[in-house]
Design a protein around this ligand. Structure first.
Ligand code: NAP
Length: 296
């Protein structure tokens, strides 16, 4: 089914709702905002590069001239910026879903976040974890109806007995770093759904394979040729960014919610419209992660 048809036929009106998306200036985050706006919702784009965010906002306003779009600064690789997020959100009484989407797939070695964590794990997981921690008071006060965590199909290749060894050193390949970061996100989602039960709904998703800027982000060291081939590959075998972002959107709006896991339905779950399954909560599934978190 085409993206446009899915949006028209399968998604309800979202008039009056408000969604906050991290990493919203590009790829899946941008497409999710587009879909929310198409259904009448308002969006807050949380982005590290305000110029890119303004450009993305203007593109969205061309599509939806009456769209309600705010931008808040948010760098998931910088704890000081992360800790400012609650302040930027004070003026919003209620947010229907916070979609924790920002992430990188970075090939460089020995690159670190502002706080000295290895760049991929530090951005994708640790920064996201710090953001949720920073927002805990607002979450507990009921500001958010739902949290959506964006993992990846490669998360099953990221299991580790000691996640903490990935925190400060660029261990192993960039692929392993990425897979570990996405595994931690999955396990953290399970943990949060338990810890915050009754205070916020938690859903997870993975977008399969989507043609985005993930292999060509801001600080990439992939060659231009690799970036070009990567995008072509993702385009041929995966979904468009718009279509994959439907997994994020469904994870943000569909009921019943807690522990729903949304991912593409077809071709080994890398393409197609969203499918949902229920994850089972078992504390053993995140016990190792919790031990590792004590190292932060
Ligand atoms: N594309 C896929 O096939 C695929 C598959 C599985 C999972 N995912 C996940 O989907 C999410 C979105 O990725 P995408 O494919 O849409 O890639 P993308 O087009 O590169 O978008 C990533 C977004 O995250 C933002 N971001 C990166 N580092 C950030 C930071 N430190 N602080 C705040 N924002 C930051 C980027 O901002 P800048 O523009 O400033 O860099 C951009 O807006 C990621 O978590 C990724 O791991 C993607």
């Amino acid at each position: 089914m085409k993206y446009e048809v899915y949006v028209e036929k399968n998604l309800p009106s979202l008039e009056g709702k408000l969604f906050l998306v991290t990493g919203a200036n590009s790829g899946l985050g941008y497409s999710a905002c587009k879909t929310f706006l198409a259904k009448g919702a308002a969006v807050i784009m949380a982005c590290r590069n305000l110029k890119k965010a303004e450009n993305a906002k203007n593109k969205l306003l061309e599509l939806f001239p009456n769209g309600k779009i705010d931008i808040v600064p948010f760098d998931q690789a910088d704890k000081a910026s992360i800790n400012e997020l609650p302040k930027h959100l004070e003026k919003y009484e209620h947010i229907d879903a916070l979609i924790l989407n920002a992430g990188i797939f970075h090939p460089g070695k020995n690159l670190f976040t502002k706080d000295g964590y290895s760049l991929t794990v530090g951005t994708n997981f640790i920064g996201m974890y710090f953001a949720v921690e920073a927002l805990k008071d607002q979450i507990k006060a009921g500001k958010f109806k739902r949290l959506v965590l964006v993992s990846s199909i490669v998360s099953h290749q990221g299991r580790s007995r000691h996640y903490e060894k990935y925190f400060k050193q660029e261990h192993r390949s960039s692929f392993k770093q990425y897979a570990v970061s996405k595994r931690m996100i999955l396990e953290y989602g399970l943990y949060l759904s338990n810890e915050l039960y009754g205070q916020v709904e938690v859903t997870l998703c993975h977008p399969g394979l989507a043609s985005t800027n993930i292999v060509g982000g801001e600080a990439t060291t992939f060659s231009k040729r690799f970036q070009h081939l990567g995008k072509k590959f993702m385009h041929k075998f995966g979904n468009s960014a718009d279509k994959s972002s439907l997994c994020l959107v469904e994870a943000a709006i569909k009921s019943p919610a807690n522990l729903g896991y949304f991912y593409p339905k077809h071709f080994f779950h890398i393409r197609g419209i969203p499918k949902e399954k229920r994850l089972h909560l078992n504390e053993k599934r995140y016990a190792r992660l919790l031990k590792s978190l004590s190292h932060l």
